[in-house]
Design a protein around this ligand. Sequence first.
Ligand code: NAD
Length: 370
Amino acid sequence: MTARNLFLLPGDGIGPEAMGEVRKIIAYMNEAMNAGFVTDEGLVGGCAYDAHGAAISEADMQKALAADAVLFGAVGGPKWDSVPYEVRPEAGLLRLRKDLQLFANLRPAICYPALSAASSLKPELVEGLDILIIRELTGGVYFGEPKEIIDLGNGQKRGIDTQVYDTYEIERIAGVAFEMARTRQNRVCSMEKRNVMKSGVLWNQVVTETHKAKYSDVQLEHMLADAGGMQLVRQPKQFDVIVTDNLFGDMLSDVAAMLTGSLGMLPSASLGAPDGKTGKRKALYEPVHGSAPDIAGKGIANPIAMIASFAMCLRYSFNLVKEADDLEKAIANVLDKGIRTGDIMADGARQVGTVEMGDAILAEFKTLSA
Ligand code: NAD
């Protein structure tokens, strides 16, 4: 069997603690399922700065580029608050996103039934919620030029950001959304502001044309992004896959995240274009949370976001759909049993640390996959 190459970048703070729990799952899958994962490991963020004076070394960048998938923990912490701007810990993540050309950010919002009471919405609105927000990550108003503050000379200044999208950028993100929808409920809702923005008009046209040309089997709906925000908090379960631009995606994915409870639960994936020869996409999987310096080294971090990020990796980089389903089910079962880390603790539940939570999920995964 061909090797499945994983490059692990645990990073700083709770990153290595959470990654440790994924390592156990990888070892089990190699041993019991002959999964063929070959792992290598590097440094990113503050630890890379300490070792190499850079947020990621060139050698590790090469390994990330060569891998089938990168698993990323978290970076940063007060120790590196005053390092030069170009080598700050986050620069490692930004370099990875840029060099791997990761233009599609996937953020699932899944509400485990056992945690529905922790949501800010009524439990019946979020219980069993499973939506996927796909945000364009490398274009739009965060990168468009001109981007500047001009002195108007009359005591006034003018701040300018430019929202700009080309056809190919919309086509490729729409393609990701339609492909992902086919592995789920086969429904896509595209969000923009075509009523007030030219880039929204083009977005709507290109998504419609891409759908017609290649993905007409998928159900497509268009919604204005502000109405979409309202619907997300009114009736979130109506959505399957949402695709939107960089700015709207930034906000809508954070709104959706809060429907599901704690930061320690949220995985994400960033995908690039398919390779011309192999068809494989470059990919990086990471929890949404940061390095949590306040709890780092205490063994109490919730490893679920990191483990769920690995489940996304199984699904999207290796097409191991049954294994991904089992791992996600294992997380749900452990929560159903009332096992909780401190951040998701509830009355009557049993509080455990990082390792015990990882062990409980692995034990459940073993049972489901036996
Ligand atoms: P954070 O996500 O690290 O922590 C926010 C709060 O959530 C903290 O109270 C933390 O203890 C808690 N928390 C986060 N993840 C948890 C988990 N898995 N289990 C239990 N509790 C958890 O965000 P922050 O405090 O704003 O930032 C801390 C550092 O992380 C900063 O240096 C920041 O720059 C960096 N950061 C990195 C990333 C990344 O690597 N992708 C993302 C965000 C922040």
